[in-house]
Design a protein around this ligand. Structure first.
Ligand SMILES: Cc1ncc(COP(=O)(O)O)c(C=O)c1O
Length: 359
């Protein structure tokens, strides 16, 4: 409780989500926002028209059951509709998952560094954090995560590819981990960046569902589909978990324009996949360019690259800002989202200059 208002005690230790900063304008050059893992490509043809069409009469609520989009996704994934649930971005689904599992006195296990919402949703419910550091090569330390599970654990969060460090969880380590998790504990596999993944050994969440009824896949139209501003995410899970999640997502949270845009994007999913691979290629070129300068950069399977700069993260962020580029400073390192070619060239110039100053 604050001194002034009767709010829940858990809020006093809950951080507010810190979004990626916008770039500062710099005279004479274009600025780039590479701080939120957004898709920099123009909208898919057909999507703006679908949004405009669906926005004709904003006086009406959207279809609360998201019927047409659910049917389309069900057919696309070959997953029964009763296993699918939409939300306002994957963010709302993560929040709903915390709402159905967490409260004071129970524990949540998650990797770190990882998506910044994980500690936030845990703190908000007053749950105890079991935050497990990544391995030296920036992978989930699944053995230690399994060791951290106790009789009080109610939720496990996995992120593959991991935001911000980029590694994907591989099938054998995933299976070994799942074999150690009690079957009644919900394990979330956050696949927000799955379309950018080029690791042939990465776990296939959809295939894994068949063997693990306690597994929940969380996905989004924000990244590869480029619809972050419209807020469409979804979960794939056992129908019983979906029933509980239905109680926790807000009614009408996926607006009609958002549903229409996602339907249109799904109809063009092969184009989405081509674009995702194009972004993955640019990512690998950026990594190669940075390594050629001598940087120690881990492989990434998202639409971003991780520079483990530790104490120099702030200096690097400032160097980028001064050159018209906003990156994400996460203290342990800096995450650079993939952007247009010109922005990647500029990042390489900044990185080269930075190295010459500090090495
Ligand atoms: C790992 C991860 N999960 C989920 C999300 C949430 O995405 P959205 O709410 O836009 O669908 C993000 C967004 O950055 C993310 O990085």
């Amino acid at each position: 409780m604050t001194e002034k208002f009767a709010v829940r005690a858990a809020l006093s230790t809950t951080p507010a989500y810190v979004p990626g900063k916008p770039p500062q304008p710099v005279d004479g050059i274009e600025s780039y926002k590479l701080s939120s893992n957004e898709n920099h490509l123009p909208p898919l043809p057909g999507v703006p028209a679908a949004i405009a069409e669906a926005a004709q009469n904003p006086a009406h609520y959207a279809d609360p059951a998201v019927t047409a989009l659910t049917a389309k996704l069900s057919a696309h994934l070959d997953v029964p509709a009763e296993r699918l649930l939409f939300s306002a971005g994957a963010s709302e689904m993560l929040s709903a998952l915390a709402n159905i599992t967490l409260e004071a006195g129970v524990e949540v296990v998650y990797p770190w560094p990882s998506f910044e919402m994980y500690p936030q949703i845990a703190s908000l419910r007053g749950a105890t954090h079991r935050r497990i550091g990544l391995t030296a090569d920036f992978r989930h330390d699944l053995a230690v995560m399994a060791d951290a599970i106790t009789e009080d654990t109610r939720l496990v969060l996995l992120c593959s590819p991991n935001n911000p460090t980029g590694a994907a969880i591989r099938t054998p380590e995933f299976e070994e981990f799942m074999a150690r998790v009690p079957r009644n504990i919900i394990v979330v596999l956050d696949e927000a960046y799955r379309e950018f993944c080029t690791d042939a050994e990465a776990v296939d969440g959809l295939a894994a569902l068949a063997d693990h009824p306690n597994l929940v896949l969380v996905r989004t139209f924000s990244k590869a589909h480029g619809l972050a501003g419209l807020r469409v995410g979804y979960a794939i899970a056992d129908p019983e978990i979906i029933l509980e999640l239905r109680k926790a997502v807000l009614p009408f949270s996926v607006t009609a324009p958002a549903q229409a845009a996602a339907r249109e994007s799904l109809a063009r999913v092969s184009e989405v996949e081509v674009r995702a691979k194009q972004i993955a290629l640019t990512r690998d070129e950026l990594i190669a360019g940075l390594r050629a300068q001598g940087w120690d950069v881990p492989d990434s399977h998202g639409n971003y690259v991780w520079l483990p700069l530790h104490a120099r993260s702030g200096d690097f962020e400032q160097a980028c800002l001064a050159a018209g580029i906003a990156v994400r400073n996460l203290q342990d390192g800096v995450r650079i989202s993939i952007g247009p070619d010109a922005s990647m060239d500029r990042v390489l110039d900044i990185a080269a200059e930075f190295r010459s100053r500090f090495h």
